[in-house]
Design a protein around this ligand. Structure first.
Ligand SMILES: NC(=O)c1ccc[n+]([C@@H]2O[C@H](COP(=O)([O-])OP(=O)(O)OC[C@H]3O[C@@H](n4cnc5c(N)ncnc54)[C@H](O)[C@@H]3O)[C@@H](O)[C@H]2O)c1
Ligand SMILES: [Zn+2]
Length: 356
C-alpha cells in the first residue's frame, strides 16, 4: 500500500486511490488485482475525450458508453441504456464496469454493475469533488423513482476507487464549491486538522491538492469501516443534511445544488448546537467563515418558512417516535447524535436562520 492509497475494509475490502495524474494507471491496477475480464467504461459525456483515451489503454475489447450527467440521468431509461450496451456487447461475469463521472454516473452505472448477470465487478472513477469525497466510497448505488430520490438501489462495493484530482480541472466552480461543503462537513464531524487545512487553503485551487482531498475522503472511508460494527457512526455523516434535505425538498430539486443546501443546513444545525448548549458560539462563526470563503450560502432562501421545514423534517425517515435525530457538533472535529432538542429551540433557530 502506497501513501496515496486508503483502504476500505467493508466487504472483501478495496483500495481507494486519491492522487494527481493517476487515471492512466487503471489497466495496470486491474491486472495487478487479478481483474482480467473486459472493461466496459460508462462515462459522463463531459469526460468523453479522457474516456476514449482510457478505452484505448484498456485494450482492443474494451467498450465505452457516454451518457449525460445531472440528476435527470439517474433514472430507469439511463439504466436500461447501460443494460442494452452491456448485453449487446455480450458482457460476461468476469467483466468490469468502470464508472467515470460524478455521483450520478457512479450511482447508476454502479447499480447496473450490481444487477447485470446478478452482479459483476465495478470500479469507481469519480470526476466531481462530491463524488470523490462522498459517493464513490461506501457501495451505495441506485436510481431515483418519480415518487422519491434514491428509492431503487443496492449495496455493491466497488473493487477499486481511482480518484484523479486532475479531472476536476474542468468542473464548474459552483460544482467544486458544492463538493467542498461535504469536505468541510467531514472536518467538523471528525477531523479538526482537515478543517484547519481547508480553512488555510486557497479556495480556487485547493481541489488540486491530492493530499487535502485524500484527507477529506479518509473521513468517509473511516466511517464506512467503523460502520461495520456501529450503525450510529454513519449517522454523523448526516450533519447538515436533516435541514439540507428539507430545504431541497421545499425548494424543489435543481434550485440549489445538494452541497449548497447542505451548507445552509450545517449553518442552521451548528446554530442549533449552540442553542442546545452543546457547543460554543465560535464554532458557528468559524464554520460560516470557511463556508463563505468557498462560495457557499448560509442563509435560508426566501419563501422557505420555519414551519414548512419543521413539517418536512418530521416526515423524514430518520425520525424515530416523533423525535428528530440530529448529528450536531460539540466542537470542530467532533459530532454526536442528539435526539432531545426541543421543538421550540428548532423553531427559534430556523427563524433566526432566515434573518441571518
Ligand atoms: N452513493 C452515495 O453514497 C451517494 C452519496 C452522495 C451523493 N450521491 C449522489 O450523487 C449525485 C450527485 O453527484 P454529483 O454532484 O457528482 O452530480 P453529477 O454526477 O450530476 O455531476 C455534476 C455535473 O458536473 C458534470 N461533470 C462531472 N464531472 C465533470 C468534470 N470532470 N468536468 C466537467 N463537468 C463534469 C456532470 O455532467 C453534471 O452536469 C446525486 O444523485 C446524489 O444522490 C450518492
Ligand atoms: Zn450530502
Amino acid at each position: 500500500m502506497t501513501q496515496t492509497t486508503l483502504e476500505v475494509t467493508a466487504g472483501a475490502g478495496y483500495p481507494v486511490v486519491v492522487d494527481a495524474d493517476c487515471w492512466q494507471q487503471l489497466p495496470q491496477r486491474l491486472q495487478h488485482m487479478g481483474l482480467t475480464g473486459r472493461v466496459h467504461i460508462v462515462a459522463d459525456q463531459q469526460l468523453q475525450a479522457i474516456a476514449s483515451e482510457l478505452q484505448q489503454h484498456c485494450g482492443a475489447h474494451a467498450t465505452l458508453l457516454c451518457l449525460p450527467g445531472g440528476e435527470a440521468s439517474k433514472d430507469m431509461q439511463t439504466l436500461m441504456r447501460i443494460y442494452d450496451h452491456l448485453l449487446t456487447a455480450r458482457v460476461e461475469r468476469r467483466d468490469i464496469v468502470v464508472a467515470l463521472g460524478g455521483g450520478v454516473i457512479g450511482d447508476v452505472a454502479g447499480f447496473a454493475a450490481a444487477t447485470v448477470l446478478r452482479g459483476i465487478a465495478c470500479v469507481q472513477m469519480p470526476s466531481t469533488l462530491l463524488a470523490m469525497v462522498d459517493s464513490a466510497v461506501g457501495g451505495k448505488t441506485g436510481i431515483n423513482h418519480p415518487l422519491g430520490k434514491n428509492m431503487i438501489g443496492a449495496f455493491h462495493q466497488p473493487r477499486l476507487v481511482l480518484a484523479d484530482v486532475r479531472l476536476l480541472d474542468t468542473l464548474p466552480a459552483r460544482e467544486v464549491a458544492a463538493g467542498w461543503a461535504e469536505a468541510i462537513k467531514h472536518g467538523v464531524i471528525r477531523d479538526e486538522e482537515l478543517f484547519a487545512r481547508i480553512e488555510q487553503a486557497d479556495p480556487h485551487t485547493a481541489f488540486r491538492q491530492p493530499a487535502l482531498v485524500r484527507q477529506a475522503v479518509a473521513v468517509k472511508v473511516e466511517v464506512v469501516n467503523i460502520d461495520e460494527r456501529e450503525q450510529a457512526e454513519r449517522m454523523l455523516l448526516n450533519y447538515g443534511h436533516t435541514l439540507g434535505h428539507a430545504i431541497e425538498q421545499l425548494l424543489g430539486y435543481g434550485v440549489l445544488l445538494h452541497g449548497e443546501a447542505v451548507a445552509i443546513g450545517m449553518h442552521g444545525e451548528a446554530m442549533l448546537a449552540v442553542a442546545h448548549q452543546l457547543c460554543a458560539p465560535d464554532v458557528v462563526d468559524r464554520q460560516a467563515q470557511v463556508l463563505a470563503r468557498y462560495g457557499l450560502p448560509t442563509q435560508l432562501p426566501a419563501g422557505v418558512s420555519a414551519e414548512a421545514l419543521i413539517e418536512v423534517m418530521h416526515r423524514d425517515k430518520k425520525v424515530q417516535a416523533g423525535k428528530i435525530r440530529w448529528a450536531l457538533p460539540r466542537r470542530i472535529g467532533h459530532a454526536e447524535i442528539v435526539t432531545d432538542v426541543p421543538l421550540e429551540t428548532v423553531r427559534a433557530v430556523l427563524n433566526r436562520l432566515q434573518l441571518a
